[in-house]
Design a binder for this molecule. Sequence first.
Ligand code: FPP
Length: 246
Amino acid sequence: MNDKKIYERVDKTKLPRHVAIIMDGNGRWATGRGLLRSAGHTAGVKTLKKILTVAVDLNLEALTVYAFSTENWKRPHAEVDFLMKLFSEYIEKEKREMNEKNVRIRFIGRLEEFSPGIQKQMTDATELMKNNTGVQFNVAANYGGRDEIIRAAKKIAEKISAGKISPDEIDGTLFDGETDTAGQPPVDLLIRTSGDMRISNFLLWQSAYAELWFTKTTWPEFSPEEFIDALIEFGKRDRKFGGLGK
Ligand code: FPP
């Protein structure tokens, strides 16, 4: 539970609708303390819980976190196995509380490459929360932005070859409807922790006009207060969407 006082400085009329987070720096946090990288991921789960609570308390429309990229399989077996175990435990431990908080979870990415056990946990959690009306919480798992765009393009191509739509009908709305975040607002604010300033193939379609916010703080050390700093900074940005702005 976060102390409600931390929300006093937030102007709720200036909040982003959709926040995306690249939760980077678990490994650096751990090795800097002489711990195993896995300890960093465990600590990262605790941060995620606190940040999701902020999203719930402020009633954000959507929060998407980068839990595992299509490239993360290249890490040592032991680390990949550990992350899989962590996902599995996280879903089992947290789903009841998320459901009570009216959170609606969705897993985005190439989910078919996970073990049948994890896929079932993902489907069960999604099913449990499907009628909830609070924060839309997307967990990007085996996710890559380019991969998502290719998958969406394939689905459209299949509809064209089946004679369901014609190429002329393809527009932004139709394309968006084939992405993993179909029906959700685009990303307004993209946060990356731990100092690197790149997007790393995350939500490429959805972040076209996202405001970017980077911090040197590692993910395990990222606090609700710093998250709120980012939300407040977002409220001060002049968003132009290619026009001339305010
Ligand atoms: C980046 O840190 C983090 C990851 C690749 C995994 C993110 C996972 C979590 C925050 C915990 C598990 C999430 C869920 C949904 C249960 P890094 O390992 O790349 O750190 P480094 O750049 O310092 O090496």
